[in-house]
Design a protein around this ligand. Structure first.
Ligand SMILES: [Zn+2]
Ligand SMILES: [Zn+2]
Length: 476
């Protein structure tokens, strides 16, 4: 019989969090929830853990690491955001609450209830003003409410000028109480080195969250408070505002949809947004030296579906993905006049066994396509690194390519070249076999094959039986 509970699972989680005065192990937290919210589910612990991750991360508790929770009000108390004032804010005596303090107020906190104090804990009385602003987006134009505090008198009193930052420290997250402290450009310059270090640490934490996320994106509303909470106590001064930190880190990208992604990942939607153009942030192109162009890259390419089918190929650093595509088509018997192909780079995520794919672009048989001109040496591959190669986006022949080594070229050798391949396991022509001959088959006949019995045919036996049949060359 279903039991009737007095409180919901969410309420139980909030209650347990409210009673904490320090960090607690996730397992212990779950145990306490189940005491006041008994469940007869098969795996109640897993259900509670999932609810915490999905609905309470940052809102109620912060994951200080995978297994340790801290209630959000405790985790964020003391966190300082460095907010650069824009020219118009200084000129108009305003402080725009968003995006400056985004994610650092409880959800739906009324902006007119925020309390501000100065360094001496004196209240800074503020007036909230709300403006409506038209915003253009993919879905059309809409109006957005913009909240700002009128702080002109305080700016004048504290001699806040352009290029000033305001350091905003969370004093009481639940009550929406912050301390404001102006920072002049001169003061900022003096600690620039320390700020740079804090920025690096913040970026590293965010990147680590991304590397360990299940998808290839993290939601800023969870990631940013988590990152600041984890940073706290580990830095000598507050970092720049996270938006600036994310924007200037070459690994990260703020997507504009509220999430943070890998800088080199681009989705269909991103392409749509950029009007079909491929907007890939390309790192500054380094000019390859003559020696780098000469170097020989030894790759082992294998069919994804049949790992036993592989080819070892050497190609030089100065040669392109188009050259690579040509030889791959050749050695795997793909059509060299038909179909597109494409390369991806497989990048290991953190220390995990998961890889993410970075699109390097595609190539058509005529040597065009955005990947065609990319030079092998410019990919920055190290031995052990992997690529994915797909021939024909319709039938999707997928290959995994591993860089085995980088070495020097042999004299007079011509690259790219095939240097080794798997030992073939031949199929023999059945027609010839019936006549007592052993001939290596060259084709499989799809018209004659049954699902459990393939029909192999040699060159000479095509006529007359398989003349009009669909034959495919066998790759050994
Ligand atoms: Zn034959
Ligand atoms: Zn046939």
């Amino acid at each position: 019989m279903p039991q009737k509970f007095k409180i919901s699972k969410d309420e139980a989680i909030s209650q347990v969090a409210a009673q904490l005065d320090g960090p607690v192990a996730l397992d212990e937290f779950v145990r306490r929830v189940l005491v006041i919210w008994p469940s007869q589910a098969k795996k109640p612990e897993a259900a509670v853990r999932q609810t915490i991750r999905d609905y309470h991360a940052a809102k109620t508790v912060i994951f200080m690491d995978d297994k340790t929770l801290l209630p959000t009000p405790l985790a964020l108390t003391g966190v300082t955001l460095r907010v650069p004032l824009t020219r118009s804010e200084v000129k108009n005596g305003l402080f725009y609450i968003y995006p400056a303090l985004e994610f650092f107020l409880p959800q739906d906190f009324p902006p007119d209830e925020v309390q501000l104090v100065d360094e001496d804990d004196h209240t800074i009385p503020v007036e909230l003003i709300t403006r409506r602003k038209k915003v253009k987006s993919l879905l059309g134009e809409y109006e957005e409410e913009i909240h700002a505090w009128k702080l002109g008198w305080w700016y004048r009193k504290r001699k806040v000028k352009k290029h000033h930052n305001i350091l905003v420290t969370v004093l009481d997250w639940t009550a929406g109480k912050f301390r404001l402290q102006p920072e002049s450009q001169k003061e900022y310059r003096l600690i620039r080195k320390e700020v740079a270090q804090s920025n690096q640490q913040l970026a590293d934490i965010i990147f680590d969250l991304l590397e360990n996320s299940r998808g290839e994106r993290i939601y800023s509303g969870i990631a940013i408070p988590t990152a600041y909470a984890r940073l706290q106590g580990n830095v000598t001064c507050p970092p720049d505002h996270w938006r600036d930190v994310v924007e200037s880190d070459p690994r990260l990208r703020y997507s504009g949809f509220g999430d943070i992604r890998y800088a080199d990942s681009f989705t269909m939607l991103d392409r749509l947004m950029s009007g079909g153009r491929r907007e890939r942030p390309s790192p500054p192109r380094k000019k390859l030296s003559a020696a780098e162009k000469q170097q020989v890259y030894t790759f082992k390419a294998a069919y994804k579906q049949r790992k036993g089918l592989w080819r070892r190929i050497e190609i030089q650093g100065g040669q392109t993905l188009y050259d690579f595509d040509r030889i791959l088509r050749d050695v795997f018997k793909h059509d060299t006049f038909d179909h597109m192909s494409g390369f991806w780079r497989l990048v290991r995520r953190g220390n995990s066994r998961r890889f993410r794919e970075v699109d390097l672009g595609s190539i058509n048989p005529f040597g065009e396509g955005d990947a065609a001109g990319k030079k092998i040496a410019a990919l920055g591959l190290q031995p052990g690194d992997k690529l994915k190669y797909v021939y024909d986006f319709g039938d999707w022949y997928e290959h995994v390519i591993e860089l085995e080594k980088i070495g020097e070229p042999e004299e007079k050798a011509k690259y790219p070249r095939l240097i080794a391949q798997n030992r073939p396991r031949y199929h023999y022509c059945q027609n010839c076999a019936e006549q007592g001959r052993k001939t290596v088959a060259k084709y499989i006949c799809y018209d004659c094959s049954e699902w459990d019995a393939s029909v192999w045919v040699c060159e000479d036996c095509i006529y007359p039986d398989h003349e009009d049949h669909y034959l495919q060359e066998i790759v050994y």
